[in-house]
Design a protein around this ligand. Sequence first.
Ligand SMILES: NC(=O)c1ccc[n+]([C@@H]2O[C@H](COP(=O)([O-])OP(=O)(O)OC[C@H]3O[C@@H](n4cnc5c(N)ncnc54)[C@H](O)[C@@H]3O)[C@@H](O)[C@H]2O)c1
Length: 398
Amino acid sequence: MKVLVLGGDGFCGWPCAVNLADAGHDVMIVDNLSRRKIDIDLGVESLTPIATIGDRLKAWEQVGGKRIAFVLLDIAKEYDRLLALLRSEKPDAVVHFAEQRAAPYSMKSSATKRYTVDNNVNGTHNLLAAIVESGLDVHIVHLGTMGVYGYGSHRGATIPEGYLTVEVPQPDGSRFTERILHPTDPGSVYHMTKTLDQLLFFYYNKNDSIRITDLHQGIVWGTNTSLTEKDPRLTNRFDYDGDYGTVLNRFLMQAAIGYPLTVHGTGGQTRAFIHIRDSVRCVQLALDNPPTSGEKVKIFNQMTESHRVADLAEKVAALTGAETNYQANPRKEAIDNDLIVDNRCFLELGLKPTTLDDGLLAEVVDVARRWADRCDRSRIPCLSAWTTRQAEAIAARP
Ligand SMILES: NC(=O)c1ccc[n+]([C@@H]2O[C@H](COP(=O)([O-])OP(=O)(O)OC[C@H]3O[C@@H](n4cnc5c(N)ncnc54)[C@H](O)[C@@H]3O)[C@@H](O)[C@H]2O)c1
């Protein structure tokens, strides 16, 4: 299969591109390298040393024996080049990772809010419009987020895979049932762009019969896969800073350097998680099981476990002896929430999840401790506040 991996230089995209190439697919990465530029702007680096895209690709050719092509292209701004690329490459599938993906970064300033909306919504829309204009039958696999469902109370209800069956009352007292997109409840500008992506997919699927799989992914933890471990130049990125670091990887790194684990608020927030190895596997499963022509957008909940943040901190503390520091929450969010998630689609397709209990210790020892001296402690606190109220609370932190 010929696959374009948009955003294939990023944390989820790179191991996915390598995995697809290893599985024998003809892979081309399309990326504008904006994530590397944001690191420079923020003055921070991946905890793991990552090679340039050129060195990554050279290393993969030597180690993996298969070439991955690369095109430097901004999908949000260079519509004509994107269309020309689709016409010349005629891919069977496009995996779309190419978005600004950090909620705290999206809430930093009006400039980063606008950038996140412009980049994410235009990028997704350009892809859809270009596929229609090309006349090609391309399967889009998009990386969305579990955050589209919201982290308020679901009152104990199980979150279904994308669609909710509702009963609609009629004036005569009768009712009809309908399957609708699950209502969205974004918790940041970044999450809002993902809810807008959902609507774009709904519309283009209805109007143009584009075949789409939208993966509502949980927070990804871990760093490498067996393939990216094969050569240091293939190493994946590990973000630990207050803007891009995700909660569990931040805890692992903090434990490794003896920094008290930064729990925001009460720690009662429950979130969904998935290991990077499983994320890569899910994308492969989604590509191998495309929607048929005329089928509605397929939505999978790409997560394997849910945990309360305070419980995660406790787990990491028990493994490493770390201390925990409860601090003012930069986010405007519920102090606690339930999160019961239906993820049967991937389990039925054969996913065998890597659990926290299987992988946490290895991640602390092999990655976080190994690269601990590269950590800039001043970049750990999360200072991006959702509103002025949270900003004041952060400023008052002891
Ligand atoms: N990392 C997670 O925990 C997580 C969880 C849920 C969903 N996701 C989703 O998975 C996707 C990938 O996330 P990630 O963690 O790999 O992020 P990342 O920032 O590491 O990677 C994104 C890649 O896309 C590229 N990119 C961004 N905008 C682009 C544009 N306009 N044109 C071309 N390339 C562009 C960046 O340079 C980067 O290489 C995102 O859509 C994200 O929302 C990630």
